[in-house]
Design a protein around this ligand. Sequence first.
Ligand code: UD1
Length: 423
Amino acid sequence: MDIFRIRGGRKLGGEWTVHTAKNAVLPIMAASVLTSERTFLEDCPLLSDVEHMGEILRRLGCSVVRNRRTLEIDPQGMHSYEMPDGLAKKIRSSIFLLGPILTRFHRAAVTFPGGCEIGLRPIDLHLSGLRQLGVQIREECGVIHCEGSRMRAGSVHFDYPSVGATENVMMAAALLPGQSVLNNAAREPEIVDLQNFLNRMGAKVRGAGTHAIVIDGVTALHGVEYRPMADRIVAGTMLAAAAITGGTVCLHRVPAGDMHAVFSKLREMDCELTLSGDTAVISAPQRLNAFAQLQTQPHPGFPTDMQAQLLAMATVAKGTSVLVENVFENRYGHAGDLNRMGADVLINGRTAVVKGVSGLYGSRVTARDLRGGAALALAGLKAGGETVIEQAQLIDRGYEQMETALSSLGAEIVREHITHEDT
Ligand code: UD1
C-alpha cells in the first residue's frame, strides 16, 4: 500500500491549476463506444479510476491508448457485451457502460459494480430507467442480464435524481429513433458536460442542468476531440487545504459557476474569496469560524463529495458545526480517524456534530474512501507533528498526485510505498 507522510503546520501559498474532472471523464469514456470512430479526450488526468475504466474498455475489445495527457479510445474492435467482473467491482462507474453496450449489442451482462464503501449504492434507478426504455432485465446468480432488442425512445421518470442513472439513460437514448424525455433528472455539471460531448458527436440532447432532459435520437454518432470540464471537487478540496492552514492560494481553471454552495460555506467560515473568470483566490484567517449547518444535497445543493473536507475544516474552527449527510447513508468513515487526531466529532446516523478544537495532533490514520482520505490529508496539513495516512492509493482514484499538488503550495507531504513486511 501507499502512505502519505505529512508534517503539518505550514500555511499553503502559491498558484495551482485544477485538473480535469474524474466524474466528467468516466461517463464520457463510456459514451465514446456509442460510435465506431476514434475519440480523443484531451487533458485527461492520471487517476486510478480512469485507468480502470480504460482497462474495462480494453477487455471489451476497444483500444485505449494514452499519449501524454490525451486518451485515445478506438471502439472499433469492441466484441464483448459482458462486463469483466473483477474490474467492474473495482469501480462503480463501470455501470455507465450499460447504456452504451446495450446500444451497440442490444444486450449486456454486468455484475453489481464496486466503488468506495460509502453506502449501499444500489443500481435500481439505472435499471428502472433502462426498463422504461424497453430493456428487459433479469438477474441470475448475481449477474444482471439486459436484453435490449425492443428498446425504444420514450418518457423516463427517475424516483430520485441519480447522477449515474441520468447519464446512463441519456447515453442509451442517444441513438433510439424518436424523442426521449428524462424527468426528475440529476442536474450535476458533469451531466451538462456529457450532453456537450454527445452533441459534439452528433447527438441531439438538450436540457441537461435542468430536471428535464430531452433527447432526439439520431442514426449515428462520430468520433471527436474533446476536453472534459475541470474538477469542481478537486478545486474545492484545494481551497479547503489552503483554508485549513490559514493560507492564501490562487487556483486556475476553477469551474466557479458550479461551486456556489462550496463558496458560500467557505465565506461563512470567514475565508475571503476573490473570483475572476476561472481564477479563484482564497485567503483564510488564522482561525476559521464554525458554520451553522451544512446539508448535502443533489446539485446545486452542497455536494456530498465535499462533505468530508468541510468536516475536517470544522474540526479546528471556532465554535460548533453541524453536518447532515443526505445523499449517502455511510459517509462519515473519516470521523473516527479525525478524532484520533484530537478532533471532537460526534456522529448520530446522518448527522455529525463537530466541536471545534484549538489544534490537532499528528497520528497514524487510514483512508477509507476517496474523499474521506482527502479530508485526512487536510487535517494532517493542520496537525502538529507527523500524520501518516495509510491506504493513500484510494486518494489516487480522484486526485492526480495530491502530494505533488500540495507540495507545490508549500506543504510537507511525501508518498511512500510500503510492502506487507513494513507494516
Ligand atoms: C456520482 C459521483 C459521486 C457523487 C455522487 C453524488 C460519478 C462517477 N460519481 O455517483 O462522486 O458522490 O454522484 O453526487 O459521477 N442510488 C440508488 N439507486 C441507484 C443509484 C443511486 O438508490 O440506482 C442512490 C445512491 O445509493 C446514493 C444516491 O442515490 O445514495 C446518489 O447516488 P448517485 O447520484 O447515483 O451517485 P453516483 O452516480 O453513484
